[in-house]
Structure formats: C-alpha cells, structure tokens
Design a protein around this ligand. Sequence first.
Ligand code: ADP
Length: 483
Amino acid sequence: MQLSDPALLCHQSFIDGQWCDAADGQQFTVFNPATGAALIDVADCAQMETERAIRAAQSALDGWQALTAKARSLYLRQWFELIMANQQDLATLMTLEQGKSLAEAKGEVAYGASFVEWFAEEGKRQYGEVIPATNAKQRLFTIRQPIGVVAAITPWNFPIAMITRKAAPALAAGCTMVIKPSEQTPLCALALAQLANRAGIPAGVLNVVVGTDAKAIGGALTSSSIVRKLSFTGSTPVGKLLMRQCADTVKRTSMELGGNAPFIVFDDADLDKAVEGVLASKYRNSGQTCVCANRILVQSDVYDEFCEKLVQAVQSFKLGNGLEPGVTMGPLINQAAVNKVEQLVAQAISAGAQVRLGGQTQGNSLFYQPTVLTEVNADMDIFHHEIFGPVAPLIRFDSEQQAVELANKTPFGLAAYFYARDMSRIWRVSEALEYGMVGINEGLISNEVAPFGGVKESGVGREGSRHGIDEYSEIKYLCMGVG
Ligand code: ADP
C-alpha cells in the first residue's frame, strides 16, 4: 500500500488508548471496491469490546471535562494539524477502501479537518447567560455543561468527515466518545484515531470500535445508561430503529438520515450554471451522498435545451480506479448498491423513461455509468427512492406551484436546490421548500461554518456551524437566592 507513513494503516479497534483485537480473535476483510482486491484483515469487535470502550470513555470523562475549553482546543488544534499534514495518506486510504477519486478524497480530508479546526475555536465560546430575574431576591444564570459520554455511528460515504463532524464538537464541548464507523470503511476511522493519539488526546477520550456486527455494537451503545447521547448518520430505517432503542434510556439523539433532494431548474435560470450545479451535486462521490440531487425538475420551455447541455457535460466524466490520474468518478460501494441502482433504472425504463446517456453497469464490476434519464415522472420508483448512484432523472413541470408541490412530495427534507433569477421567485420558493438546506443557484452547499441537517424523515439536529456544538452540551439553569 502506497502510504508515506505505514503506521496509519491500522487493523485493530482503539479502546482506552490501546490497539485491541477482538476478544475471540475474529477478523474481517476490507475490500477495494474498484478492484475487488482484499486490502487488510481488521479486528471484528462486537458487544464486549463496545462495553469496554464505554467504560473507558466514562473513566476519561472527569479529567477531560475538567480541562479548560482552551486546553481542549489546543488538543483539537493539534489533531487538525496532523490530519492536514497526513492529507495524502488519508486520501489514499479513503480511495482504497471507499472508491472515490483521489482528488475527491483529498477534498474530503480537508473538509473533515475543517470541522476539527472550527470546533477547536467554537469550544471556547460556550457562553452561559444572565437572565433578568422576576423576583428581586433572586439572581438567574445558565451555564453549559458537556452531556457526558456520547456515541457516534457513521456511514461509509464520507469516512472521515462524518466522524470529525461529530467527534470535534463532542470533544470540544467536554464529552468523551465511542465511535462505530461503517464496516465498509474502518481504515480511515482508525487512522483518525491514530492521529488523535499522536495529538496527545488522553486515553479513553476518543475510542473507535470496528466490527461487522452492527446490531451488537449498536445495541451495546444504545442500551447503555452511561451513554447519554447518540449521533447517527446513515439510512432512515436504521435511524428510526436506533431512535427507538435510545428511548429506553431517554438519550438525546442527532440523526442525519436519508434525503430525496429536488433540483429545480426554472425557465429564468442560467442553464449553464444549472448544469454545473447538477454535475457537482448529482455526480459527486458517484452520486453517493445524502445531499445528492435525486430528482431534476426542469420547466417545460427549457427542458430540451437543458437536457442537451447536461448530456454533453456528463460525458466529460472519466470512470475508473480513483488512484489513477485523470479519473473523476469511482465505483459504487458494493454489489447491493449496484443492484439497487439497476432496479430503479429498469423500473423507470419499463414505465416510459428514456435513457439519454449511460444506463448500465460496466461489465462485471461495481462501476455504474454516469447516466441521464428523461421523461421521468412521479409515478416511477426512482422519484421516491434515494438513488445513491450517478443517475440523473429529468422530470418536466409547467408552473412554479407544480414544481414546489413535486419537490415537497416526499417524506424526506434534507437538501433542495433551485436555479432561478427572479428575486421574488427566489424568496417564494426558498420559503416554500420543506427542507433543512436550500442551495440557490449553487450545487455545493456543505461547509463547517453552516448548519447541516434535515427536517421531516431526514433527521433531527444540526452539524457544523455555531449550532453544532449545542448538540453536545446541556443547559443548566442556576437560581440563586440573595438577601
Ligand atoms: P448505509 O446504507 O449508508 O450503509 P446504514 O444505515 O445501513 O446506511 O449504515 C450506517 C451505519 O449504521 C453503519 O456504520 C452501519 O454499520 C450502521 N448500522 C447498520 N445497521 C445497524 C443497526 N441495526 N444498529 C446499529 N448500527 C447499524
């Protein structure tokens, strides 16, 4: 493996500052989705190791929360510096286990690191308040305190950023943490733990448990009365299950779940800019992001022109092994993902959709061609399901009202996008879309300073921004009697 620092390739869980095998010695293999090659065998930990990690986080809590915010901030700053200093190696690991192109992987490392830098600063600004009292003999205050031990369960599509977006605010707020990364992408998570260790973050503050038995690890995390909060990013069905499991111990939860993002192109839009927006929002990470444009709604008068421009632009993608120069799009994560995309496309075609570009898997591989489908409508499965693949379904609409109705015709509410020039329309549509985030004449909206999150069945809570750290602290109200 082409790493300049081979010690970043780790194969054990990281618990209480130590690298640990599974108690029963079990291992699982991590594969490269671009080649099918086995990369490494990793400890297959489960319930017992998770319980040990929870106890380690509990033991580390007092010492960590007793530090000043500034002292915690310095550890996080050091972690940030180390992530950026090892950007190339982390990106290589990511491309190998996840498949995205090296350029995208490097971008994600920087994006992931940006949360660590941001929350290192925000941790110092956890202000309380003084409340004017209603009784002359009282003085009222609030302080913010860390929630305690928190758990994170994260997916494979952003193997670094989905961890730092949770770990950085948690640690900055004074919480300690147990992380369960996706079994598809444990290597990035373990490399992050290695760098946190090098940054001097004390033993037990950040624990990473890797394993294939998600139910056992998730069960141990959700049933523990020590764990006071769960932050989850993943599919809506698993998120609902975990919320139910957290109910028994009344844990706080943050849920970043599925999306079904509309991307609306109005007839007054700059069509070339809208095409650029679709390229960024639809095809990034081979279409495997929860904010990917899932339904491209195009006004009838510009439908054909927009379609021509889009098809031409999408032809510029180069599909291949992300480590090879010039490759701009990698494989899907696994066979199940390919099967799902194939089924959605087949159902759409059988119901009258037309393939304008792509529409197939390349040979016997996980590479699905960048695809454009036209004449898609709301009766097709593809309209209602998160595709999680590089397929752009184009749907016609006539009026602004119809576009908004179609856009909101889903139980999801994560990201939405639209392209228009008329200012009144921009305000009307921005307010009418039932989504947590709206890109207006913009296809890339995520960054560390803005609040990321959804409404409806896309989740609860916000990550990033000055609000992201509130998810990891409690407000305590102090009422002091005087005289
Ligand atoms: P995706 O389709 O993106 O893989 P999942 O929701 O299946 O989404 O996975 C996201 C994360 O949730 C992964 O770390 C996965 O291992 C974990 N996970 C899946 N099922 C469960 C479960 N029953 N309990 C706890 N974690 C789970």
